[in-house]
Design a binder for this molecule. Sequence first.
Ligand SMILES: [Zn+2]
Length: 168
Amino acid sequence: MEAKLKCFDCRSSELITEFIANYRYDECGLPNIILKDITQKRCPNCGSTFVSIPGMKGLHRSIAIALISKNSKLTPAERRFLRKSLGWSAADFARKFHTSAPVVSRWESERMPNSMSTANELLLRVLVAQGQKIGNYQEHMEKIELERKIEPVQLILNHTGRKWEEAT
Ligand SMILES: [Zn+2]
């Protein structure tokens, strides 16, 4: 195990220390996504931490499924995450939903979180749901907005075998 790893930040060639810990996946743009037991490397010289997340595609799919299964409305950041999971630019989103770029920008803006109609939100969820069977999605369509509060989804995800699953 004499890998010649160099720190990306300080270029130190000191051996980078490996450890396993839960990782807060802020890079996905959502505030409360915790990945369990992720192998990370810390540079003993500058303290920078480097992480390598397995199964990115499956991870993003698991997060997307959790989002479209929420009973409360989506937060702006969650709308953005789902839009990106479809591979759409903001302009694509506007075009497909027969609206304008400024409207899409408000849907994804933290300052005006209520401006997306339930009908449009359901349509977005259905589009994300396409391509993978989601057991009780129809039930969720009826329940959405029963909880009036808008709260970001909170997830703890575990990479078991080859799949990302919600930790219980
Ligand atoms: Zn370093």
